[in-house]
Design a protein around this ligand. Structure first.
Ligand SMILES: Cc1cc2nc3c(=O)[nH]c(=O)nc-3n(C[C@H](O)[C@H](O)[C@H](O)COP(=O)(O)OP(=O)(O)OC[C@H]3O[C@@H](n4cnc5c(N)ncnc54)[C@H](O)[C@@H]3O)c2cc1C
Ligand SMILES: Cc1cc2nc3c(=O)[nH]c(=O)nc-3n(C[C@H](O)[C@H](O)[C@H](O)COP(=O)(O)O)c2cc1C
Length: 770
C-alpha cells in the first residue's frame, strides 16, 4: 500500500511507524510543514495505560519514551494564600519536542519517508496514494475542505489560554489561582523534563479583554502573566516557544468532533486522525493519548482484517466504530473539567473555602469520585472528611447532619417524592403507611410524601392524595405520627396542583403516562389554554378569580399539612404542573402581567409561595421544586433557573429542589449519572441558596461526592428507593460506615450486612492487588 500521512504530529508519526512495522513493504511518507525537530509546545502528560499500549505495539519507542518521562504523583493547589496537596494521582509527562524526536528517529530507522517543510494543501495533492491519513491537527485542511462529508461539529470555548514554559521547578501538578482587579486567572503547571515545566495560563474572555490582553503582543502577555503569578514565580521567568503564531498567542480551545471520519476522494481513501477529528481540553490532558490510541486502533484493524488495498473500506469503518466510543467518553469527561475551569472564577473561587475548592477541583470531571479519592490518598481524604464534618472523627459527608430553620436532619439522604396513585377520594391509607413507613425506617433523614393536591381538580389522577378535607388530614396525621414515633426520620410534604397535566390515568392504566381519563374528566387550569399532549384536554387559561381561588386552596392545604404534623413543606413548581406552567415560556403565552418576561411569569408562583410561606410555621423549612432545564429550545435554561431560584430566595425559600424537564412533550433530556446535579451546583454557588440535588443519584459514592464538593446540601433519591426502602442503610454498609443507627428491632441485620460487604470489599482489593 502507498500511504501518505499529512502532518507529523504524534498521530501521523506513530501511525506511520506502526504500519511500517506491520508490513515493511508498505510505502509510507509523512509530510510535515515544519522543519525536522522543530515544533511548538511544551510538555504533554498521559496515563500509565497509554504507556502499556505503546509497550505492546512498539517496545523500542515505549522504552525511549519511558526513559524521557517525568513521573509524579501529587496535585498541589495554591489558593487564597493556602497550599493544599494530595497524592496518588499518577501522571507522566514528556516534552512534546522530545516525544516527536523519538517518533521521528524511530520512523527513520524503520524506513518511513519523512518530508519536512512541505505544506500539503489537501489530500488531492497525493493522487497515487491508496490511503491518506489526515493527521494535520486541530485546524486540519483536509477536514475543512470537505465539511459536508466529515460534518465537523466545532465549538469555540469562551476562555482564553496561553501555553508557556518556565524553568522554575515544580514537583507536583500545580494549580495557581490569582484574583486581579478584573477577575480570576489560573495556571496549570506540570514538569516534563529535568529543567522545564509547562505553564498554561487561562482566564475568561471578559477578564482577558478588561486587561487589554487582546492588544498585547507575546512579550507583553508574558510580562503580564509574570506579574499576576509573581508571588509564586519568585523572579523566575516565563517563556514562549509559539513565536510562529502571529499577534496574540492567547487561544480559545476548540472542541472538535466529526460525524464521519473517512471517505474516498475519487483517487485515495482519506481518514482523519488525532486532533483533526477530535480534541480533548488540556484540563484533562489527553489529546496526545487519543492521537496515539487512534494510530494503534487503525493498525490493529489492518492487522486483524488484512493490510491490502481491498481491505481499506472495512478497516476504516471498524476504526471509527470502535474509536468513536472511547473518544465520546473522554470528551464528555473533558467537557465537565473544561467547564469547571471556565466558570470557576465566578462560581467557586469566591464562594468556597480552600479545602472545599480543592475537593471540587479534583472531582471536576465527575469521573473521580469520593471513594476513588480515598484510593488515591486516604490520609488527605480523611483529613477532608474531618474538616467537612467539623469534628475530630472522619465521617463520610453523606452522614453529616444538616440543619435548616428549626429542623435538624440526621444525614443528607432524602426519599424523593414519588406518586403512587393509590388513593380513593384523595385519602391516604394503609398502603401509604406501609410505603412511607418502610422508607422512614430505611435510614434516610427526610421522607417526602408524593405530590399532594390542594383540591379535587388539582389532582393528576383520581388516585392522587389530597389535603382539602379533615378526613385526608387525619389520614396524613396517622402516617406522620407513626414515623415520628417509630423512627428518627423527618416527614416532608410536597403540595401541588396538576394544572394542564391533570385528569389523567395512572401510568400503568393508560397508553403511557399523562393520558387523559377515558371518562369522568374534570376541567383543567393552566397559565395558557395549551394542552400538554397534542391530543390532550385543553385547559382554561386562569383568570384572576381562578388565581385567588387556587391560592386559597394552597393556603388551606398548608394549614392542614401543619395540623398533620409535617416537618417540611415543598411547593411543586416543576414538571409542567400548574405553577410550572406559568414559569416556562413554552407553556405561558399570556399577554397580561403574568406572561412575557420571566419577572411576569414568576409573579403568580411567587404570590402563591408568599401566601404559603406566611401560613407555614416560621420554624419549619420550605423548599421549592423547579424544572431547572426544559430541554427544549426556547424553554427554561439553567441560566434562567438561577434567576428563578434568586426570586424564590428573595421571597423566603430555604432550599431549591433542582429537578428538570417534563414541561414539554418535545423535551430531549441528556441523561447520565447525577445529570441534574450541575443545576443544583450552579444555583447553590451563584444564588447562594441551599439546594437539593436529584436525578440518577444511585450510590453512596455519588452522594458523598456531591455533598463534599458543595454541589448541593441534600441528595434526593427516588427510583433506588422503590427497589430498596433501606437504601441508606444498605449503602452505609456497602462503604463500611458502621455508625449509622438501625431501628432497634432490625439491629441484628446490621453486622450481618456489614460483614457481607466487608468481605466483598476485601475480595475487590485483593483483585486489585492493594
Ligand atoms: C495548551 C495545550 C496543552 C496541551 N496539553 C496536553 C497534554 O498535557 N497532554 C496531551 O496529551 N495533550 C495535550 N495537548 C493536546 C495535544 O497537543 C494534541 O492533542 C496532540 O498533539 C494531537 O496530535 P496530532 O498528531 O493529532 O496533532 P498535532 O500534534 O497538532 O500535529 C499536527 C501536525 O500537522 C502539521 N500540519 C498541519 N497542517 C499541515 C499541512 N497542511 N501540511 C503539512 N503539515 C501540516 C503540523 O505542523 C503538526 O506538526 C495540549 C494542547 C494544547 C493546545
Ligand atoms: C414513580 C415515580 C413517581 C414520582 N412522583 C413524583 C412526585 O410526586 N413529585 C415530584 O416532584 N417528582 C416525582 N417523581 C420524580 C422523582 O422525585 C425524581 O425527581 C426522579 O425520579 C429522579 O430521581 P431518581 O433518578 O432517583 O429516580 C417521581 C418519580 C417516580 C419514579
Amino acid at each position: 500500500m502507498k500511504i501518505v500521512c499529512i502532518g507529523g504530529g504524534p498521530a501521523g508519526l506513530y501511525f506511520a511507524l506502526l504500519m511500517k512495522k506491520l508490513g515493511a513493504h508498505h510505502d509510507i511518507t509523512v509530510v510535515e510543514r515544519n522543519k525536522p525537530y522543530d515544533t511548538f509546545g511544551w510538555g504533554v502528560v498521559f496515563s500509565d495505560q497509554t504507556m502499556d499500549h505503546m509497550r505492546h505495539w512498539d517496545a523500542e519507542t515505549a522504552q525511549e519514551v519511558q526513559q524521557a518521562f517525568k513521573h509524579w504523583d501529587d496535585i498541589e493547589l495554591h489558593f487564597k494564600g493556602r497550599v493544599i496537596r494530595s497524592g496518588g494521582h499518577g501522571f507522566v509527562g514528556i516534552g512534546r519536542k522530545k516525544m516527536l524526536n523519538i517518533l521521528q528517529a524511530r520512523c527513520e530507522v524503520l524506513g518511513v519517508k519523512l518530508l519536512f517543510e512541505q505544506d500539503a494543501t489537501s489530500d488531492l495533492d497525493f493522487p497515487d496514494a491508496d490511503l491518506v491519513i489526515a493527521s494535520d491537527g486541530v485546524n486540519s485542511n483536509v477536514r475543512n475542505r470537505c465539511p459536508d462529508i466529515f460534518k465537523p461539529d466545532i465549538v469555540t470555548r469562551p476562555n482564553r489560554f496561553i501555553w508557556l514554559g518556565t524553568h522554575k521547578q515544580y514537583d507536583a501538578f500545580t494549580f495557581l489561582f490569582e484574583k486581579t482587579e478584573h477577575g480570576w486567572f489560573q495556571a496549570h503547571i506540570y514538569k516534563f523534563d529535568g529543567l522545564t515545566s509547562t505553564f498554561i495560563v487561562e482566564c475568561p474572555e471578559e477578564v482577558w479583554l478588561a486587561h487589554g490582553l487582546d492588544q498585547a503582543d507575546q512579550a507583553e502577555s508574558i510580562a503580564f502573566c509574570e506579574k499576576v503569578f509573581a508571588g509564586n514565580l519568585k523572579g523566575e521567568r516565563l517563556m514562549t516557544n509559539a513565536r510562529h503564531l502571529r499577534g496574540s498567542a492567547w487561544l480559545n480551545f476548540q472542541r472538535v468532533k466529526c460525524e464521519k471520519w473517512s471517505h474516498f476522494n475519487g483517487k485515495s481513501h482519506v481518514v482523519l486522525m488525532g486532533d483533526a477529528v477530535h480534541t480533548a481540553h488540556f484540563a484533562i490532558g489527553s489529546g496526545t493519548k487519543l492521537a496515539l490510541e487512534d494510530a494503534i486502533e487503525l493498525v490493529r484493524q489492518f492487522k486483524e482484517t488484512g493490510d491490502k488495498v481491498a481491505h481499506i473500506p472495512q478497516v476504516l469503518e471498524q476504526y471509527q466504530a470502535l474509536r468513536a466510543i472511547d473518544v465520546i467518553r473522554l470528551q464528555n469527561a473533558a467537557w465537565n473539567a473544561m467547564e469547571w475551569f471556565e466558570v470557576c472564577g465566578k462560581r467557586y473561587c469566591d464562594q468556597l473555602a480552600p479545602e472545599q475548592f480543592m475537593y471540587s477541583m479534583l472531582t471536576r470531571s465527575q469521573r473521580i469520585s469520593h471513594e476513588n479519592l480515598r484510593l488515591r490518598d486516604k490520609q488527605w481524604l480523611e483529613g477532608y472528611e474531618r474538616w467537612f464534618a467539623g469534628q475530630a472523627q472522619a465521617v463520610p459527608p453523606m452522614f453529616t447532619p444538616y440543619s435548616l430553620r428549626g429542623i435538624t436532619l440526621k444525614n443528607r439522604v432524602v426519599v424523593s417524592p414519588m406518586a403512587q396513585y393509590k388513593c380513593t377520594d384523595g385519602r391516604v391509607g394503609d398502603y401509604h403507611l406501609m410505603h412511607l413507613g418502610a422508607r422512614a425506617m430505611g435510614g434516610a433523614s427526610l421522607v417526602f410524601a408524593e405530590m399532594t393536591c390542594v383540591s379535587p381538580e388539582a389532582r393528576i389522577t383520581p388516585g392522587c392524595p389530597g389535603l382539602w378535607n379533615d378526613e385526608q388530614t387525619s389520614g396524613w396525621a396517622r402516617i406522620v405520627s407513626w414515623v415520628h414515633q417509630e423512627t428518627d426520620a423527618k416527614m416532608a410534604l410536597q403540595i401541588g396542583h396538576a394544572g394542564p397535566k391533570g385528569s389523567t390515568c395512572a401510568p400503568w392504566q393508560g397508553d403511557g403516562a399523562d393520558q387523559a381519563l377515558p371518562e369522568a374528566n374534570w376541567p383543567l387550569l393552566s397559565a395558557s389554554a395549551q394542552p400538554y399532549l397534542q391530543h390532550g384536554q385543553v385547559p382554561r387559561a386562569m383568570t384572576r378569580g381562578d388565581m385567588d381561588h387556587v391560592k386559597d386552596d394552597f393556603i388551606q392545604a398548608t394549614h392542614r399539612a401543619n395540623q398533620a404534623g409535617f416537618d417540611w413543606l415543598e411547593l411543586h413548581c416543576a414538571h409542567g404542573y400548574l405553577l410550572s406552567s406559568f414559569i416556562s415560556p413554552l407553556t405561558n403565552q399570556r399577554q397580561d402581567d403574568y406572561g412575557g418576561s420571566l419577572e411576569n411569569r414568576l409573579r403568580y408562583p411567587l404570590e402563591v409561595f408568599a401566601a404559603v410561606r406566611a401560613a407555614w410555621p416560621d420554624h419549619l423549612p420550605m423548599s421549592v421544586r423547579i424544572s431547572a432545564h426544559d430541554w427544549v429550545e426556547g424553554g427554561i435554561t439553567p441560566m434562567d433557573a438561577t434567576e428563578v431560584a434568586r426570586a424564590f430566595k428573595a421571597a423566603g425559600a430555604d432550599m431549591i429542589d433542582c429537578s428538570s424537564g417534563q414541561v414539554s412533550a418535545q423535551q430531549k433530556p441528556i441523561y447520565g449519572r447525577m445529570y441534574q446535579t450541575p443545576f443544583a451546583d450552579r444555583i447553590r454557588q451563584e444564588v447562594g441558596i441551599a439546594t437539593l440535588a436529584v436525578g440518577a443519584i444511585s450510590e453512596a459514592d455519588h452522594v458523598n461526592s456531591i455533598i463534599a464538593a458543595g454541589r448541593a446540601d441534600l441528595c434526593a433519591v427516588a427510583r433506588p428507593h422503590l427497589a430498596n426502602p433501606a437504601w441508606t442503610m444498605t449503602e452505609a454498609a456497602r462503604i463500611g460506615y458502621t455508625a449509622l443507627q438501625w431501628p432497634s428491632p432490625y439491629a441484628s441485620g446490621q453486622p450481618q450486612l456489614e460483614a457481607t460487604f466487608a468481605r466483598e470489599r476485601s475480595l475487590q482489593s485483593a483483585g486489585r492487588g492493594d
